[in-house]
Design a protein around this ligand. Structure first.
Ligand SMILES: Cc1ncc(COP(=O)(O)O)c(C=O)c1O
Length: 462
């Protein structure tokens, strides 16, 4: 009878996959034996596999450059890393090995840029695309960058008032961009995004306020918060944005760049399927088509992929520390941490990740509910991408059970308030980095120990 965990996985998905394989009943992630890692560092544990960050950046560049070559596109592709998806120094350092530009979203991001410059990791000609609603400190920091010679800093106006603030703070001439407020998906609670300037106002605002100022509009920015998806809504919004680009270009010759934001998805299920080649080719072709029809030179295309760049470098590993049969049908496996604090998207937006047992694949499987350690009734995980249930190996008293949540490398630490106060004072897990040496052998490095009670009590004023 095929009732083992390995049977379930092999029958439900294509397995093994490029990222995951099983050797001697133990799971490997990018050819790294996870049980060895757990033996060395314990659980709960966050890991970051650094080479994946570079390979994703190279992949994005390849996708767009190939798409452009196919249609003989006249503009260039520029990859920007969106820092908010993970600000950690090890992520930035890995990303910066790939000749990239940077997108920022708040005042402290500019301090981060300055720090990278002081450490010699970036030069002053890197493009710094400054998005977000700008409070005075953010404006001051941006202006300081520009005044200090970061010549490719492009503040993107999120609202019309920002131009007045910039004017007061920037001493010389400066390039800027404008963000279009896109229409939300039909099922969303609002019609139009609160971020950016209304479609219909862009050209008029340029003519009345910017044209004769010291600012040169270089970039039009547009981003759909539901991401880049093969839906009528996305293609319709893209086409509208390119048409606004063409309208603006007619009166604003300095405009040369279209920024399509982030929104490439990451693999959140073993059955994930997304045709990145088709989507990039379609984006490039559609921009070209509209521009050709309107007699406008094709723009350089900028992207700001966050999740796509870092999510798949991360994993979060837990032990099952107990099981609780709470009624005939509900069997809980308790993890040694909390979902709400370590993977807040599972709670906040019902994000699903690839979740797999790390050992005991030869055990029978059963349906379980996964419970976190906080007292909060919402601290659980009980469904997968394509099924309303979670299945894991049956526990044997003599064998520990480890599980992994994979592709968790984007946004979770910043949303969870890494290193701060956590629900029920649950400490942030230990975090390690995995890299490869020149012979291709993997090695590990401790980035952070498990959060200590001292650090939390200090924040709390004790
Ligand atoms: C302006 C902008 N660019 C890029 C991103 C990154 O999006 P993603 O992580 O989906 O690629 C975001 C996300 O909120 C954003 O607001």
């Amino acid at each position: 009878m095929k009732n083992k965990y390995i049977d379930l996985i092999e029958q439900t998905f294509e397995f093994p996959q490029a990222e995951f394989k099983l050797i001697d009943d133990e799971l490997y992630f990018y050819d790294v034996p996870l049980l060895d890692i757990i033996k060395q560092y314990g659980t709960p544990l966050k890991i970051t596999y650094l080479p994946k960050i570079s390979s994703q950046i190279q992949r994005a560049k390849r996708l767009f450059n190939v798409a452009m070559a196919k249609v003989d596109y006249q503009g260039e592709y520029h990859y920007c890393y969106c820092t908010k998806s993970s600000h950690f120094s090890f992520v930035m350092e890995e990303a910066l090995k790939n000749d990239i530009h940077i997108e920022t979203s708040s005042a402290f991001d500019i301090n981060l840029v300055n720090e990278l410059y002081e450490q010699g990791k970036i030069s002053k000609d890197v493009h710094i695309i400054c998005n977000g609603f700008k409070r005075p400190q953010y404006i001051e920091n941006i202006a300081e960058l520009i005044n200090n010679g970061f010549v490719n800093t492009i503040p993107i106006l999120d609202n019309k008032e920002e131009v007045d603030l910039l004017e007061t703070n920037v001493t010389g001439k400066c390039q800027i961009g404008m963000r279009i407020a896109s229409e939300e998906e039909p099922m969303f609670e609002f019609y139009t995004s609160r971020l950016g300037i209304r479609y219909n106002d862009i050209v008029d605002f340029y003519i009345k306020r910017i044209k004769r100022s010291k600012f040169e509009v270089k970039m039009l920015h547009f981003f759909i918060n539901t991401g880049i998806r093969d839906t009528a809504h996305y293609w319709n919004e893209l086409s509208k944005a390119v048409n606004v680009y063409c309208d603006l270009k007619k009166v604003c010759p300095s405009l040369t760049c279209l920024n399509i934001g982030g929104g490439f998805p990451f693999r959140n299920s073993l059955a994930f399927s997304y045709d990145y080649e088709y989507i990039s080719e379609e984006i490039v072709a559609q921009i070209q088509q509209v521009c050709n029809a309107r007699g406008i030179v094709e723009p350089d295309i900028f992207t700001e992929f966050g999740s796509f760049t870092v999510a798949e470098s991360g994993a979060t590993l837990f032990s099952i520390i107990n099981q609780k049969q709470q009624n005939d049908r509900e069997l809980w496996y308790m993890i040694d941490s909390s979902f709400m604090t370590t993977l807040p998207d599972t709670w906040g937006i019902n994000q699903r990740y690839i979740m797999l047992a790390i050992n005991n694949w030869d055990h029978e499987y059963q349906r379980v509910f996964l419970g976190g350690l906080t007292c909060d009734s919402q601290d659980f995980y009980n469904s997968e991408g394509r099924s309303n249930a979670v299945f894991l190996p049956k526990l044997h008293l003599d064998k520990p059970q480890y599980i992994g949540f994979f592709n968790t490398g984007a946004y979770q630490e910043s949303l969870g308030g890494y290193g701060g106060i956590q629900h029920c004072l649950t400490p942030a897990p230990k975090h390690i980095l995995i890299d490869r040496d020149e012979n291709g052998e993997y090695f590990t490095k401790l980035f952070a120990k498990e959060q200590s009670h001292k650090s939390m009590l200090k924040i709390l004023g004790y």
